[in-house]
Design a protein around this ligand. Structure first.
Ligand code: IMP
Ligand code: MG
Length: 170
């Protein structure tokens, strides 16, 4: 496997700081609950919440997707947040949105749980592979295609610890 640098840490940090300011502008005086999607979002989430000054609570959710009989696949809930959802303004934090299946399921899930609002913050948008229409409220970077690793993103559970983001090529 070869890897080619796509985003260095300074670039990621600068954009994350801007996203934190955008979030601060929108959530003043609101009960903000930031929910990270495990495992990929854990590093981005840690940097993002430190770029937000609005008081907030944090929690996590873990889901896994599997290819079912239909090509669109299905979602399994692996671990739920412990914080109550009802009445909270939920901000979902993802590492990358690819087909959009996971995010579509998550938005529906938290709406059903009685969230006051559900918004999406994703570090990366891989828009070319989108199958489910998703409105990303806060977006770090658009990277058209390829398989990405580092800064939380894995290939077979490896590479999450890299401080930068790379394209992985055979
Ligand atoms: P989706 O449901 O197709 O949008 O896929 C979402 C999940 O697939 C992400 O949260 C990632 O965990 C994983 N994923 C998609 N593309 C990549 C990638 O390029 N590198 C690492 N993980 C990825
Ligand atoms: Mg993920």
């Amino acid at each position: 496997m070869n890897k080619e640098l796509v985003l260095d840490s300074q670039t990621i940090q600068n954009r994350t700081r801007e996203m934190g300011q955008e979030i601060d502008r929108d959530y003043q005086g609101k009960e903000l609950l930031v929910i990270g999607v495990l495992k990929g979002a854990f590093i981005f989430m840690a940097d993002l919440v430190r770029a937000i000054s609005t008081p907030l609570a944090t929690d996590f959710i873990q889901v896994s997707s599997y290819a079912g009989s239909s090509s669109s696949g299905n979602i399994n809930l692996v671990a739920s947040p412990s914080h109550p959802i009802k009445g909270c303004h939920v901000l979902l934090v993802e590492d990358i949105i690819d087909t959009g299946l996971t995010m579509q399921w998550l938005v529906e899930h938290f709406s059903e749980q009685g969230a006051a609002s559900v918004r999406i913050c994703s570090l990366i948008d891989k828009a070319e592979r989108r199958e489910h229409q998703i409105n990303i409220d806060y977006l770090g970077f658009t990277i058209p295609n390829g398989f990405l690793v580092g800064y939380g993103l894995d290939f077979d559970e490896k590479y999450r610890n890299l401080p930068e983001i790379y394209h992985l090529t055979p």
